[in-house]
Design a protein around this ligand. Structure first.
Ligand SMILES: CC(C)(COP(=O)(O)OP(=O)(O)OC[C@H]1O[C@@H](n2cnc3c(N)ncnc32)[C@H](O)[C@@H]1OP(=O)(O)O)[C@@H](O)C(=O)NCCC(=O)NCCS
Length: 304
């Protein structure tokens, strides 16, 4: 339970800038976050709302199983108040850090993983041209204490019908070279075996627009994207997700009820050109799920 006094103390101007550096905030976003925290302190009702959301967030910390049963901290988030969600995430950092410490996760990896918040906020600025966090729903996963940013990729243990798997996420942080993926996979399999022995994973799992086999028809076989797609054994079918490709390849939000006219976008890269042509030609994009094996040594250890 995070009460109002604790919320105020945790968002106090003295310590906040240092926390924001740890969390990977870019300078412009850090300045705005400090401004919002300052304004929050003058509104009793906003402090109460942030305290409530931060408390609900902590209920999800350390719970990797039955995530559906974890209360939704954003259920009462007023429209247009993503600032409150950001402040609740900031106010609940100590609980997530304590969970990392319980698992003896090295400090650098703990902070590096929580720096997903700064990353998401910078992507928000790229998408909407302003400070905010339209991916606040996703941040619940990051704040579970199970999301680990290891090299190029992020992973979180996920229970499936086939047992635990390492759900794989790809932040927008530079090229996705095959070598960087390989290194991350190796690091993850060893890291989770050591720090998450209670969630013994048997494979990597990924659900993404990046797994749509259409990528391999549109881009050269040697491109990073095509090579990444080919790593995965796909499920039987994907689900239509034109919005995903528009968001991740063009940084625009398209509403399925009121979709963006793709012809108004200006493609600058070969992927953007190919995607625009594909969608304007009546094609769709699909998010697929796939699995990939753990590196041999770890798989043997988990199954033995
Ligand atoms: C995954 C990602 C790092 C791959 O980038 P990459 O390693 O540069 O990919 P490739 O080298 O195969 O790129 C081939 C071409 O597609 C372009 N491209 C790749 N990803 C792109 C993206 N997200 N937006 C626009 N263009 C992109 C490249 O610029 C290159 O174009 P060029 O030939 O004109 O130079 C990148 O797509 C990205 O940052 N995506 C956002 C995060 C994401 O999608 N996560 C998954 C969420 S489910």
């Amino acid at each position: 339970m995070i009460d109002e006094a604790t919320t105020r103390a945790r968002l106090a101007p003295d310590d906040l800038p240092e926390l924001l550096v740890h969390l990977g905030f870019h300078d412009d976003d850090a300045v705005e976050a400090v401004g919002f925290a300052d304004r929050l302190r003058r509104s009793r009702s906003d402090v109460a709302a942030v305290a409530r959301m931060a408390s609900l967030l902590t209920e999800g910390v350390g719970r990797l199983r039955n995530r559906d049963a974890v209360p939704d901290p954003w259920a009462d988030l007023p429209d247009g108040r993503e600032d409150l969600a950001i402040l609740a995430l900031l106010a609940s950092v100590p609980e997530v850090r304590a969970e990392h410490a319980r698992r003896q996760i090295p400090d650098e990896i703990s902070w590096g993983s929580l720096a997903d918040l700064g990353q998401q906020i910078s992507v928000n600025r790229r998408t909407h041209g302003r400070f905010g966090l339209d991916t606040y729903g996703w941040m619940r996963t990051a704040w579970s204490g199970g999301l680990m940013w290891l090299g190029r990729l992020q992973f979180v243990p996920k229970p499936t019908a086939e047992g635990w798997m390492l759900d794989t996420h790809i932040p927008a942080s530079g090229p996705l070279t095959p070598e960087s993926v390989e290194e991350s996979f190796t690091a993850a399999s060893l890291f989770f075996a050591r720090h998450f022995p209670d969630t013994p994973a048997s494979a990597f799992l990924c659900t993404s627009w990046l797994l749509d086999p259409t990528i391999t028809q549109l881009l050269p076989p040697a491109s990073n994207l095509a090579q990444f797609q080919r790593r995965w054994s796909l499920a039987a079918s994907g689900y239509q997700s034109d919005e995903s490709v528009l968001y991740f390849a063009f940084n625009v939000r398209s509403d399925p009820e009121d979709p963006i006219d793709v012809r108004t976008l200006t493609p600058r890269t070969s992927l953007q050109r190919a995607v625009a042509e594909h969608l304007t030609g009546g094609g769709h994009w699909y998010a697929w799920s796939g699995t990939a094996p753990l590196p041999d040594a770890t798989a043997a250890r988990v199954t033995s």
